[in-house]
Design a protein around this ligand. Structure first.
Ligand code: SF4
Length: 356
């Protein structure tokens, strides 16, 4: 990235957390529900956790493969510090195997195949502040698999008042969950579909662990979180499935968790499906609103459904064009028309209160 004085490096070994020894120099990684049993000299499914002589190491530590300044709306988060810039970074590898991955150049690479940079955890908040960011996002690939680096960056960021964001597939074990999320202020979680068939065949994982993570976020943390459902023609856009997904959110997470339906474009191993027609997103949004959800967005297309509307009086509260905020009419987190409180973290002052 231009302007950042950071060095290119080869992969370094960093002691990993969340593992145990097994017989014959094997190790068991229990960071994510894959529970890889890794032989000496081999790496787990995610590529960046490797067994050397019976010890597990993280390869992505201190070595991001992608760094960018993004609008927070791009994560997407529409109810968390709207209109602010977020220092966004990712490493190599992933613990899911999505055929439609839109960041496959890094998520499907080993750490030694990416153009990694040397960025110690303590340097990250300084870079973020220098670029006018209010928060840091762990994104682009799955941040769970580099949780050691995430935790150290969060600890380095706290004294500066920077907020922290996970953009995640939610595939994490309960054993590791609090170790990471106790440091996090906000998250966007992909709920990629609502069938085990899709998760099994298209992402090479399972649905239930993702739902379990959402329940943990709701019940055991103060983390502000929003959900994304990327709609892929014929694979997860059935109206009945959308209704079941929305009903589950309403019944388990409540009506105020924002849900983003986003448009797919052909990529990686899924090039035989067309782009998602805007009508599919409009229909999904209507279904979710009818199920009782209050904040349902459309993304990756130009749409009025990028705006935040008051669920009470229908007033446009935050007006957006693509990822940019054109107007923010909220008054201290309330609708200026009917005074209804709108759930979210609307200012840094509120963010401090929200996570206390
Ligand atoms: S984090 Fe990586 S090595 Fe660990 S269980 Fe998941 S996929 Fe396997």
């Amino acid at each position: 990235m231009g302007g950042l004085n950071i060095l290119q490096v080869s992969p370094q070994l960093h002691d990993a957390q969340w593992w145990e020894r097994e017989a014959h120099d094997k190790v068991h990684c229990y960071l994510c529900p894959r529970h890889c049993h890794i032989g000496n000299g081999q790496a787990g499914f995610c590529f960046i956790r490797t067994n050397r002589d019976g010890k597990l190491y993280s390869l992505g530590y201190g070595a991001p493969a992608a760094i960018q300044i993004d609008p927070i709306e791009k994560k997407p988060l529409n109810h968390f510090l709207p209109g602010t810039a977020v220092f966004s970074m990712g490493t190599a590898g992933c613990n899911m195997g999505c055929f439609f991955c839109q960041n496959w150049d890094i998520s499907k690479s080993r750490q030694d195949q990416v153009n990694a940079r040397d960025v110690p955890a303590e340097q990250v908040p300084l870079l973020a502040l220098r670029h006018g960011c209010d928060s840091l996002a762990f994104t682009y690939n799955e941040p769970t698999i580099w949780g050691e680096y995430v935790i150290d960056i969060c600890n380095a960021a706290r004294p500066y008042g920077l907020k922290t964001v996970m953009v995640t597939n939610g595939y994490i074990t309960r054993d590791a969950f609090h170790d990471i999320y106790d440091h996090i202020d906000a998250a966007n979680v992909d709920l990629k579909a609502f069938t085990e068939n899709f998760y099994g065949k298209i992402t090479l994982t399972h649905l239930q662990p993702v739902l379990d993570t959402l329940l943990l976020l709701k019940k055991e943390t103060p983390v502000w979180f929003e959900l994304t459902n990327l709609m892929i023609p014929t694979l997860n856009d059935d109206p009945g499935e959308t209704r079941r997904l929305a009903d589950w959110i309403f019944n388990n997470l409540g009506p105020d968790v924002p849900l983003h339906f986003t448009a797919f474009h052909p990529d990686f191993k899924l090039r035989d499906k067309p782009r998602t027609p805007p009508e599919t997103l409009h229909r999904a949004r209507q279904i979710a609103l009818e199920a009782g959800l209050h904040f349902v967005y459309e993304g990756n297309i130009y749409s009025n459904a990028a705006n935040t509307y008051c669920p009470g009086c229908g007033k446009v509260l935050v007006q957006r064009s693509w990822h940019s905020v054109e107007a923010n009419r909220l008054k201290e987190g309330k609708c200026p028309g009917c005074s209804r409180p709108i759930p979210g973290v609307w200012s840094k002052r509120e963010a401090a209160r929200f996570v206390s």
